[in-house]
Design a protein around this ligand. Sequence first.
Ligand code: GLN
Length: 468
Amino acid sequence: MYASIEDVRLRIQSGETVISIVEQYLSKIEENKALNAFIEVFYESVRANAIAVDKKIVAGTAGKLAGVVVAIKDNICYKNHHVSCSSKILSGFESLYTATALQLLLDEDAIVIGRLNCDEFAMGSSNETSAFGPVKNNHNIAFVSGGSSGGSAVAVSAGLCTVALGSDTGGSVRQPASWTGTYGIKPTYGRISRYGLIAYASSFDQIGMFTNSIMDSQLLYTIMAGKDEMDATSSSQPVSKVQNAAHTTFRIGIMTECFEHPGLDAEIKKEILDFVAKLEESGMEVVPVSFPFLDYIVPTYYVLTTAEASSNLSRFDGVHYGYRSDNANGVEETYVLSRSEGFGSEVKRRIMTGTFVLSQGYYDAYYTKAQKVRRVMKNATDTIFSKVDILLLPTTPTTAFEIGAIKDAIQMYLQDIFTVHANITGNPALSMPFKKHSNGMPYGIQIMGDRFSEDKLFLFAKLIEENF
Ligand code: GLN
């Protein structure tokens, strides 16, 4: 099968056609329907696009991603195709334009095979809040895939596409990547345009990618990163070039609070610390660092993201988009019933929490306070990165759990304790496959870097992959 972009390239070079690659993926998707990774397969357009790219290959005009089959999380817009955020409220809605990040891949002749299941509006850590049911983990179908980009992770892990796009607001690329043995990267906030990514919490959201190799992540990153006029928060800072020989030794920060956290699985902790010891023996500098705010990360995240979500999701009112209740009379009832029937319970919980933290009388106590805490965390993180090149930490406190096992919302929110930091402060972070746990499930290791230092993350990931 085609595990990476390089595999695809070699097969194309040896004469295989894009349409034959697509047909193989389509049958693999069919065989793996039970995983529930895809919400929709774009049978018609993917076949037509494959034939068009085959013609370009013959003419010698094909782009860098000819033959690469991409699947997209169901919150990324692709013109003239449905997009639903795995929610009933967007049922029937079709995108009017294509997300910039996706367009940049299409410009290099990648083709899109379908849209992938996720937590409703990307709110969740296990893909169980989707209106279309949970995605099953391909390493054990009784287990969750992780979330919110669960479909993207499983599609790449199970070989149902070459690469996938997801979004990461608090760990939604890195956490499911960790739980499926794939590579997941969340670039610096603003590094990849958010235009065409349906907003959850705009000051945290970032498009990220899932791949089966670090080289693929790097290639997609270099194609998608950059300023976009359509997203005012995209950065105009030049994209740093990955210099392969630039760095051979790294100062590796180990955050003490993270490894002392009671929620961290003992086996994951031991394996990572043993690995750090090996890195140190090989001559790398290991620097213990302190971040005394770890316990405030998840609460801060949930005050700020719910506030932003309550505002962003107010546009889904039964009038402008998708679902409208049949039972409503008049404008107000249309709003109330369409939203009550269209949103699932986790999304409603977030909208209500966000409305509360923004309400008169509570705004300063919650929202303003959380913004100040965010600034304190950002300053502390900048100080850490003045002393180290990268932070090495677990991606997740545990491996994937059984579907239905976690019922308590707070317990679910704590799954994100190690990933949310990078979103609060806007730093880039990636998860790469690390080990298989004695319980049989894979888990990843996380590398976090200073803002706009993705090149270092890629270099370090490659270095440890090749040498350890
Ligand atoms: N699990 C986190 C949440 O529910 C993160 C989700 C995400 O990154 N989209 O908000």
